[in-house]
Each structure stands twice: as C-alpha cells, then as structure tokens.
Design a protein. Structure first.
Length: 689
C-alpha cells in the first residue's frame, strides 16, 4: 500500500512476487490500485491490473478508480481503466459521477474522452446540477464549446446561491454576460454575502461589464452585507473609469460601510490620487472619520501618500484630529518616519506637542523609533523636549535605551536622568550591555550608573552581556581599572554572578549554551558555581553537551562538574550529546570514570536507540564496542533496526544485520523492520532485508 502510494515500482514488484495481497484496503477503503491511480503511477497501475487487481472497487465515499483519476486529471489512467472495462458512470455518495468531477476540475481532455463514450452527461448531482452548469459557473469556454447542444438551465442557481450570471460578471466573461442579459437574467440578484453583479464587477475592475449593467438599469447604490457599495469597491481598488461612470450616474459617494469608512477614506488609504480628486470635486466629506476616529488625512499620512496629504490640506482638511488612542496625523507620521509628511504638517501649523492617551508626544515617538531627521525638524519648533510620559522617561532616555548615538549628539544639552529605568524596568545600561554598545556602556559606567540593577526577569548586566557574547563588556564589568586593587574593589561591590533569572539561568549557563569560551573561562576563574541548575534541571555542562561545545565540556569536567546528573525530563548528558550527534563529547563522557550511561532514562529509549534513530553511526559503533544491546526495544516494542529502517539509515541497517540484529521483530502495532522500510520507500533497505 505504501509502496504503491509513493510510486516505488521495484519494491511493489518484489512484494507481488512474494505473494503480497494487492486487493487489501486501508481504513478509508482504498486499495493499492486506488493509491497508484490517485498519484498517477501509470506503470504501477498496469502492473497491478496485470496481476488481477479489482478495478471496480470503491472507497468509503463511494468513489471509484475512474472517479479518482478524473478528480486529479490523470487522463492516461482513465484511458487504461476504460480499456479494461472499468465503470465510468457510477456516482459517489454525494451524487457526483466521474464526468461531473472532470467538469468541476476543468480536465477537458478527460471530458472529451468520456463524451466520446456512452457516459450520460445529463445526469444531475445532489444539487440538481448537470455538468454544463459547473462549466458555466467556472466559465470553461473551451468545454462549453464542446456542448453547444447543452445550453440549458442558465438561470438556475448553483451552490452558495451565486447565479451563473454573477460568476460571469466576477470573472469578466463579457460574451457570457451579454448572452445572459439578452436572456433577461435577474442582474440585481444578490448572493449570500449580499453582493450583486455590479458590486462584483466594480471590485474586480471589469469596466465593460459595469457599463453593460448600468445600461440595463442595474442598482448601483446597492450594498453587500458589510454595507460596501460598488463605488466603495472601485475606490478601494483604484478603478478610476468605473468610479467616474458611477459618479456620473449619481451614486452616493458619502455612504459608509459597517466600519464607518467612506469612498474617499478608502481611496486615501490606498493612494488613488485621481479618484480622491474626483470625489473632492464632487463635494465628498474629507473630515469624516471611521469608527476608530481615523480621518482621510490620517490614512494618507499613515501610508506616506505625500501628494494626497497636500491635496487634502489644500481643501482645508483638519490636521489636528485625534483617533481613539489620542494620536494625531503628526504622531502617526512620527511613528512611521514619514519625513516629508511631517514637513507638510509642520508647515500647516499642525500641533506637534500633543500627547496620546499613553502620555507619548510625537517627539518621544520619533526618539523611540530613531528618526533623527524628524527630531531635528520638531526641535526647531517650540516643542518641550524635557516633558516625561507615564513611564517618567524623557525623549533622550528612549534615545539612550535604544542606542541612537546620532540622536544623542543632536541633544548634548539633554543628557539628563540617565539612571532612570526604561520600560520593563531595564536600565539604560542594561540595554547597552544586551546590544553590545561598548562606548555607551563606558559612558554610563563613568557616570556612576548602578551596575547591580536587575530587570523584571531577574537578569543582571553580566547575564545580558554574556548571553549575547559581548566579551569586552563582561570584561569591563569585571575589570574597569587596569590595577588589581581596583578590580578587587569592583568585585567586592560588583554584581553577584551566581544569581539566576526567573528561568533559573545563570551567567555561566548562558555563556555555555552559546559557546562563549573566553567568558566561560573568565567566570570559572572567578569561582562561579558550575553545578547550579535551571528550572528545567539543566546544568551548564548539559547545555554545552547539547550544543556540542567540546572545549567548554572539557573545561567544566576538568573543574569537577557533575557528569552523572539528569534534567527534569530524565535526559542525561550522554543522551543529549547522542541526539545531536556530538561523537567526541559522548566519548569524553563515557571515558570519564563513574559515568552511568543507563541512568535516569525515565521516559524514552536508551542512548543506543537515540543514536540509531538520528543516524549517528560513529556513536553506535563506539557503543557496540562497549557492549551496548543492539536488539533492545523501547516502550512501544521498536528495536534499533526498526528505527534505522524507518528513517532510511541504510549503513546502520547493514551494520546491525552484520552484527546479527533480529529484523523479524514486530512492534506493538505489528509492524516489522521491512514494513517500515516499504512504507517510507527505502528500496536499498528492502533489498538488504
């Protein structure tokens, strides 16, 4: 079954020659022949048919082999099955026949082939829909031309209450629309979403179809279930000619949808300048706001539509409106760094000193985002740059917190309150340590900033710097002066490098995990606790073993680190190294006197199984030489040989077979090593077994 699905012809031939059952079905009622038909394995289909496979079997959905081939468009498979007498007319449980499936999926070659046979193409499905209706719904012109004698039921509705006519309008099939309009189809009918044909055509930009519908008298003010009209759709998508047509017809351009958005708002948001000018010339309201209190000007500012901002200003748009968060057009432009927009707004005397409901001003936002040009522009006005928001953080503090050095140079007279905390109680110095800004760290340390402060997660400066590998900063924190006496003084006053954060991670653990050898050596020389464990029960040595940092492992072992400990999930050091294939580390651990490699495996397979599953043959050889049991099974009855067969590790399989491994064992699901190899298409392993 699995070999047929994946097209492994050679494996299927081997299995058939040995008497495998080719008509057995899976839990879905699908046979091997069905799998081969579905995946277009022509040679396998012929092979199975030559052995007598049942070609008129059905799955639990009532689908036949022919139907499956029709669904996926496998023409040659359909021909092969038709040639041996397979049933091409039987319907599935939903009333769909093979030819209906071919219609639905646009497989014209299969349709031609079946139409040339005796297939009944007037048969209806469960929705009382003949094949030609599927053709019209999806406008398969080529297929419709095959059946000029089948032009029936054009006005009938299909699934989701969408008429064939509506589909044609949506997909710009002009000839079909014209034909259906001549047949007096209802052009104002709406689907379950409330959309009429003109709304669909306007949204898609089908100008000729909109013109046809307007000529026939279609209702151009009708809206869908979201209260979006045809002109709103056209404005949103930038269909200028359609907007002009609708405006000339007298469409309501100030109508709003359920979100309070008007046509001019949509055009402003998407930058359709010509449409905005048309709407403004007709008298559209340019100061109206949506339910979030966003005006057209705010939308234009947000998306950096410079020309639109200028146009709206020239018409008298209000530049000092505020949304529900208290943010003005200036604030929005400052957040996003739209310099030219800020220039226009300042020239228009927009208020640059207002604060949002969180206590942030436009200048603070520009500081936070690092927009230096905007900061210069605002500072040239009369803005109060020392006012603090709710976090008691002046603009310059946001600058330092994110290390915008260029901005700090702009405001040398504003370097105040450096010791205050920034958001989440992280000091400015902590930000600099985390991001490796050495010069800023020096400056702040020289100013006497408290280097013992911790953030809400309990992380110190040294933890931040060591985690990100900023060796120079760690050295600075440990040794600010060249002489030993000053160093001793700093250490006496300095940070506690054995303290951990909320996850139980120490400075040493972070350094070991990320492979910062010099930092590890420095911390070990200070006498740091190397056996401390985090909240998951992992020690510094475990983290180094898992990440493959051999030198760090050796350093920790030389200092006497505990190598028989396990984490909270029962994973030992050796197991972590085995999973990731760190052969040298495994050897180091096994060579250490007293290491118990079978200890603490509470929830999973042994070391050997892990190495086998992950294809680490060198580790396996080393462990076999040390007496590992290569037939030992895990809790599910899976042996190492099964694991290797399943994952396609052919060299490991050969090695295990040479050592006498039992490949006839079955697991709790009654699957053998050979079955696993077949399932995953590992031909070379099948030959070995």
């Amino acid at each position: 079954m699995n070999a047929c699905k994946d097209g492994h012809t050679e494996i299927v031939e081997m299995l058939l020659d040995r008497g495998a059952d080719y008509n057995s079905c899976d839990n879905d009622g699908q046979s091997p022949l069905m799998k081969a038909c579905e995946h277009n394995h022509k040679e396998l289909v012929k092979l199975l048919l030559s052995h007598g496979a049942d070609f008129n079997t059905y799955d639990y959905n009532g689908q036949s082999l022919v139907m499956i081939a029709c669904i996926f468009g496998h023409t040659e498979i359909v021909k092969i099955l038709f040639g041996v007498g397979a049933d091409c007319s039987t319907c599935d449980k939903n009333g769909w026949s093979p030819i209906m499936m071919a219609y639905k999926n646009k497989h014209s070659n299969i349709i031609r082939f079946l139409l040339d046979s005796t297939v009944n193409y007037y048969k209806c499905d469960g929705l009382n829909q003949v094949p030609v209706m599927s053709t019209c719904e999806q406008c398969h012109t080529e297929i419709m031309n095959m059946e000029s004698d089948m032009r029936v039921n054009y006005k009938r509705h299909v699934k989701n209450c969408q008429s064939i006519f509506m589909n044609a309008c949506e997909h710009d099939h002009k000839e079909l629309v014209r034909m259906l309009l001549d047949m007096e189809v209802d052009y104002d009918k709406r689907d379950t979403h409330g959309q009429s044909a003109i709304v669909k055509a306007s949204e898609r930009g089908h100008t000729e179809i909109v013109k046809m519908l307007l000529t026939k008298g279609a209702d151009y003010n009708t809206c869908d279930c979201s209260c979006k009209s045809s002109v709103m759709k056209a404005c949103e998508h930038g269909h200028t000619d359609i907007v002009k047509m609708l405006l000339d017809m007298g469409v309501d351009y100030d109508k709003r949808d359920n979100n309070g958005e008007s046509s001019v708002m949509k055009a402003c948001e998407f930058g359709h300048t010509e449409i905005v000018e048309m709407l403004l010339d007709r008298g559209a309201d340019y100061n109206s706001c949506d339910i979030g209190v966003h005006s057209p000007l705010m939308r234009a500012c947000k998306h950096d539509h410079i020309e639109l901002v200028t146009i709206l200003f020239s018409h008298g748009a209000d530049c000092d409106t505020y949304d529900c968060d208290g943010e003005s057009p200036v604030m929005i432009a400052c957040i996003l760094g739209h310099t030219k927009i800020i220039e226009i707004l300042i020239d228009g005397r927009a208020n640059c000193s207002n604060y949002n409901k969180y206590g942030w001003s436009p200048l603070m936002m520009a500081h936070k985002k690092g927009h230096s040009t905007i900061i210069r522009m605002i500072l040239d006005s009369t803005v109060n740059y020392n006012k603090c928001p709710g976090l008691n953080q002046a603009p310059v503090m946001a600058t330092c917190g994110q290390c915008h050095t260029e901005i700090m140079n702009i405001e040398s007279d504003m370097i105040v309150r450096f010791k205050s905390h920034v958001e989440n109680f992280q000091s400015l110095l902590m930000n600099a340590c985390e991001h490796g800004h050495i010069e800023l760290v020096c400056m702040l340390l020289d100013m006497g900033v408290d280097y013992n402060k911790r953030d809400n997660d309990g992380q110190s400066l040294a933890m931040k710097a060591s985690e990100h590998g900023h060796t120079e900063i760690v050295k600075m924190l440990l040794n600010r002066a060249a002489d030993f006496n000053r160093l001793k003084m700093l250490l006496n006053r300095g940070a506690d490098y054995n303290r951990c954060d909320k996850m139980g991670l120490s400075t040493l653990m972070n350094s070991c995990e990320h492979g910062h050898i010099e930092l590890v050596r420095m911390l070990l020389d200070m006498g740091i606790d190397y056996n401390k464990r985090d909240n998951d029960g992992q020690s510094a040595l475990m983290k180094a073993c898992e990440r493959g940092h051999t030198e760090i492992v050796k350093m920790l072992l030389d200092r006497g680190a505990d190598y028989n400990t396990c984490d909270n999930s029962g994973m030992s050091l050796e197991m972590k190294a085995c999973v990731h294939g760190h052969t040298e580390i495994v050897k180091i651990l096994l060579d250490n006197r007293g290491t118990d490699s079978k200890r603490c495996e509470k929830i999973g397979p042994a070391l050997f199984m892990k190495a086998c599953e992950n294809g680490h043959i060198d580790i396996m050889k080393m462990m076999i030489d040390r007496g590992a049991d290569f037939d030992k099974c895990d809790l599910h009855g899976r042996s190492p040989a099964m694991k290797a067969c399943e994952h396609g590790h052919s060299e490991i399989v050969k090695m295990l077979l040479d050592r006498g491994a039992d490949y006839d064992k079955v697991d709790q699901f009654r699957q053998s090593s050979l079955m696993k190899a077949c399932k995953h298409g590992h031909t070379e392993i099948v030959r070995c077994c």
